[in-house]
Design a protein around this ligand. Sequence first.
Ligand code: ATP
Length: 267
Amino acid sequence: MLGYEEIKGQLHTKWAARNLVYKDVTGSTNDDAKALGEEGAPHGTLVVADVQNKGRGTRGRSWENPKGTNIAMSLLIRPDAPPDKISMLTLVMGLSVAEGIDSAVGKNVTSIKWPNDVVINSKKICGILTELHMNPDNTIGDVVIGVGINVKLKDIPESIKDIAGSILSETGKDIDRSFVVASCMKAFEENYEKYIKTYDLALLKEQYEKRLINIGKEVRILDPKGEYEAVAEGITPNGALIVRTKDGTIKEVNAGEVSVRGLYTYA
Ligand code: ATP
């Protein structure tokens, strides 16, 4: 069951989710975490909800979250990092959710589709939306990392049928959602400690690339300036995707404006 006591009882972290807010229904956990941040909520505050009525994805996309099936959560952090190093946190969270799901399921079932989608059998299980809030003096106020995880979703809404799956639909395992939250927070806390040593992914790159589904495979780069196909080779310490184009040129693709697809499946 997803709930305050259930999460707290399974949480083995120093700071992540120690300040925990649970709601059955909310508009958007990212908006809730942002408001708490403005009120001075501490680093590591986590807002968790069963249902989100106004869940958002990147670039104004929507996020589906039917009752009783998924996890919507947003972690508020206060990194003492340069603002240009913040976008990498989205990869840190993607990696942490993948590791958290694997430890909750008890075996390695997840992969990562660059930059931060967690997939099982090429189906998208998790989406992440990171929002940076600046202070008026141009320092970082806080960062909110929103995470949607499909845990028990079975009747997949028509709009996402081709790309989406859940832990249950792809592994047959019915995992306790509170346990998944606690496992992901444990993994994030450990990975974040590595991130702040260098303010990049130098210490996480190997772990990340091991799970990267795109590596060595042809991908289609959906660049608004023109689509092309290339082979993915890995990531830079800053989290860009390194690709080799057909004429042998090596390029670095930055997350943000660009989407990546497998040639035959979503991932
Ligand atoms: P990409 O760059 O690969 O297109 P994205 O990062 O833009 O993905 P997100 O912002 O992570 O996508 O998520 C929004 C998209 O995810 C929506 O447009 C929809 O297609 C899909 N989606 C919405 N709800 C879910 C869900 N519960 N599970 C899986 N996918 C979903």
